[in-house]
Design a protein around this ligand. Structure first.
Ligand code: DGY
Length: 326
């Protein structure tokens, strides 16, 4: 494979952890964007020209126009993420470009973070900690920082895929929660193992004390959690989103938090990313926001690098990708 691909040229749009780029350099010419901030659209257009493969991040928009700028020799786009909403997969298909992603290896890390956010939002962990850092902690208060508890309550998982399941396992097993979920199909194993019940989204929102979002971003799920949906939630409920920011209508969420229509929210994803420090959600005392770190563990990110490089090498050689989305 090395000999066939030696003249191939690939662009890696950010430094990635682990040793896998070394393997890539052994089979083709590699250019890695050296900055911590992603290349601008113009820079990306300049950089992709003549490449056979691209190893891209979720922050890079890879559409038909960009593929055309790259040229007909482009044969593979390997996304360093499980989500691939940043890639126009139809455009890739019509141009014969293979598209890969990095599923499974970030499931545990992302589920762990969903649970962390659930607790952080429920117990004001960030805001209370900031009070200490800012020297504002005056005394132990019997009525200060009162939160809500998940034990024995109802958990609603929106999208029972790999990460939804892993999140449910942690919370049902660890905190004895009752489980409701939405899914395109019945998940027999979930019902058997976790006693979950598949319901319509409206029922899930109305009956859950904690709602955790795990659907992929598509045209169908954009703004799925809009004002109407949030309006169905309990005033004591907590919303967690570790999937994609565009699934939640942020203006509606701001209104709901300000009017105390829901108790709190924990977000690892926003629109846009980064969200400005002036944004009402960042300012809200009822919202915890993290900078999209769901998969940010050494184990997950190293494993993502391995899969992304495997996908790229296979695609350059015209072989089936290890993890293909097409
Ligand atoms: C993904 O992989 O899609 C996550 O959002 C980033 O780790």
């Amino acid at each position: 494979m090395g000999i066939e691909t030696m003249n191939h040229s690939v662009l890696v749009t950010r430094q990635i952890p682990g040793e896998s780029l070394q393997r890539l350099r052994e089979v083709c010419e590699v250019e890695v964007w050296p900055e911590a901030i992603p290349p601008s659209r113009d820079e990306l257009c300049r950089l992709v020209k003549g490449r056979h493969g691209l190893l891209t991040m979720l922050s890079d928009r890879i559409d038909g126009e960009l593929m055309d700028v790259a040229g007909d020799q482009l044969c593979v786009v390997s996304n360093y993420a499980v989500g691939f909403n940043n890639i126009d997969v139809d455009a890739a298909k019509t141009r014969g470009v293979a598209v890969g992603n990095t599923p499974d290896v970030l499931t545990d890390a992302t589920a762990d973070l969903a649970v962390s956010l659930l607790f952080a939002a429920s117990r004001h962990v960030l805001q209370a900690g900031n009070q200490v850092c800012e020297g504002e902690w005056k005394t132990w208060e019997p009525t200060g920082w009162l939160g809500v508890e998940p034990s024995g309550k109802t958990l609603g998982i929106v999208g029972m895929g790999r990460i939804g399941k892993a999140t449910a396992k942690r919370l049902v097993g660890g905190w004895d929660m009752n489980l409701l979920y939405t899914s395109r199909s019945d998940q027999g194993d979930v019902e058997k193992e976790l006693g979950g019940r598949r319901v319509e989204l409206d029922t899930l929102l109305a009956e859950s004390d904690f709602v955790s979002v795990h659907v992929a971003l598509t045209d169908e799920t954009r703004n799925l959690i809009d004002a109407d949906a949030i309006g169905k939630m309990k005033s004591t409920s907590v919303l967690v989103n570790t999937a994609r920011g565009e699934i939640v209508d942020q203006d509606a969420l701001v209104d709901a938090l300000n009017s105390r229509a829901i108790f709190a929210a924990g977000l690892d994803v926003t629109t846009p990313e980064p969200l400005s420090a002036d944004h009402a959600l960042v300012k809200s005392p009822h919202c915890v926001i993290l900078p999209h770190i769901g998969s940010a563990t050494h184990t997950s990110r190293n494993a993502m690098s391995e899969i992304a490089v495997d996908n790229l090498i296979a695609g350059l050689a015209g072989k089936p990708l290890r993890c293909s989305v097409i």
